[in-house]
Ligand binder design. Structure first.
Ligand code: NAD
Length: 356
């Protein structure tokens, strides 16, 4: 197995990155970790503030497109492992403004690859290293109700500008492995949920609206199907891939947990009913407001995770019930996270919030 010692984590102040950084430093306290994050609307330094002062942690505010900065961090931090989360990640935003997605997700990933190639391959031939690229199942496009789930060999068919930008980045990572021999791995994961998720995404949006007595906006008929994975289960999968995965391979990570958006909201309402038995139990439909469907909205995603399970012994530890309960309790205990003034919602979510 490969044992990372000095890591550069891009996008470590965002949702999954924050959870990864906390998970990693708790699991491997003898390693050193630098977070590089531009602190866009989606990133918050306060997510990591509790680590300030730890000698194995450093935060750098900066853009992954700044190749010179990345090279300096790699050299000065003696970094041999990059875990690349930084991205523009919200599909709705990509529909109305794709430029930032192409810039960060495609050019930004390429900038990191160029820096890694220069410092690891050109300046230090033989230097042991890993570049792990975090990607999404959305690169595979959409499924009908009866299609088999996505495997690692499903052809790419991205439908949104977000998915297309991630698909492009996956291909560039692959090319750097095949052409230059950079030691890369890639994971394509399904929808994540858990602590620190920006309240523009479905689950934290639903939780914060429900806690404020506001309706939850649901796209179209609410019958879109997603596979949901608790964020720590994603990060445990990334950890396994970095340490024990095969270089040049891609691994799908998923929870075997397909839910329609509508059933997800009902599960959440039922959990809230349990948490607040004294409040009047209102039919859950009253908490839902249907909004015009997202253009080109993918109908169903499903992940076949047998490769990572069989090869690397992966399994998702949380059930949807246990993961959702943990998530709800985290939001209940951290109201400042979702009530913060700087929260900017987008499109019909913002409209639904204003109308509520
Ligand atoms: P997020 O939007 O919560 O966080 C992204 C982080 O990247 C933010 O902290 C932001 O400040 C930072 N960032 C953006 N542009 C940057 C730039 N140019 N330079 C440096 N930092 C920059 O996203 P997330 O949900 O945590 O997703 C993380 C990664 O996982 C992304 O690559 C995403 O495509 C992938 N992914 C997400 C999901 C999901 O369900 N959220 C599922 C599968 C894969």
């Amino acid at each position: 197995t490969y044992q990372p010692k000095n890591l550069l984590v891009t996008g470590g102040a965002g949702f999954i990155g924050t959870n990864f950084v906390h998970y990693w430093l708790q699991t491997y306290p003898d390693t050193h970790l630098i977070v590089l994050d531009a602190l866009t609307y989606a990133g918050r330094y306060s997510n990591l503030a509790s680590l300030e002062g730890q000698t194995n942690f450093r935060f750098v505010k900066g853009d992954i497109l700044d190749q010179a900065l990345v090279e300096t961090l790699l050299r000065d931090g003696k970094i041999e492992t990059i875990v690349h989360f930084a991205a523009e990640s919200h599909v709705d935003r990509s529909i109305y403004g794709p430029d930032a997605f192409l810039r960060t997700n495609i050019d930004g990933t390429h900038s990191l690859l160029k820096a890694a190639k220069k410092v690891w391959l050109d300046e230090n031939p033989g230097f042991e290293h890993r570049f792990h690229h975090v990607s999404t199942d959305e690169v595979y496009g959409t499924l009908s109700a009866t299609d088999p789930a996505f495997t690692e060999t499903t052809p790419y068919a991205p439908n949104s500008p977000y998915a297309a930008s991630k698909a492009a980045s996956d291909h560039i990572v692959r090319a750097y492995q095949h052409t230059y021999g950079l030691n890369t791995t890639t994971s394509n994961c399904s929808n994540n949920y858990g602590p620190y998720q920006y309240p523009e995404k479905l689950i934290p949006l639903a939780i914060s609206n429900l806690l404020q007595g506001k309706p939850v906006p649901i796209y179209g008929d609410g019958q879109q199907i997603r596979d949901w994975l608790y964020v720590d289960d994603h990060n445990r999968g990334i950890d396994l891939i970095i340490r024990t995965g095969r270089v040049g391979e891609t691994y799908n990570i998923g929870g075997n947990n397909e839910q329609t958006n509508l059933s997800l909201i009902h599960t959440l309402c039922a959990l809230l009913d349990e948490r607040f038995p004294e409040s009047p139990q209102v039919p859950h439909q009253q908490f839902i407001t249907y909004v015009t469907d997202r253009p080109g909205h993918d109908r169903r995603y499903a992940i076949d995770n047998r490769k990572i399970c069989h090869e690397l012994g992966y399994y998702p530890a949380e059930t949807f019930q246990s993961g959702l309960a943990k998530t709800l309790d985290w939001y209940l205990n951290h109201p400042h996270f979702w009530q913060a003034d700087e929260i900017q919602l987008f499109g019909s979510h913002a409209t639904a919030k204003e109308q509520a």
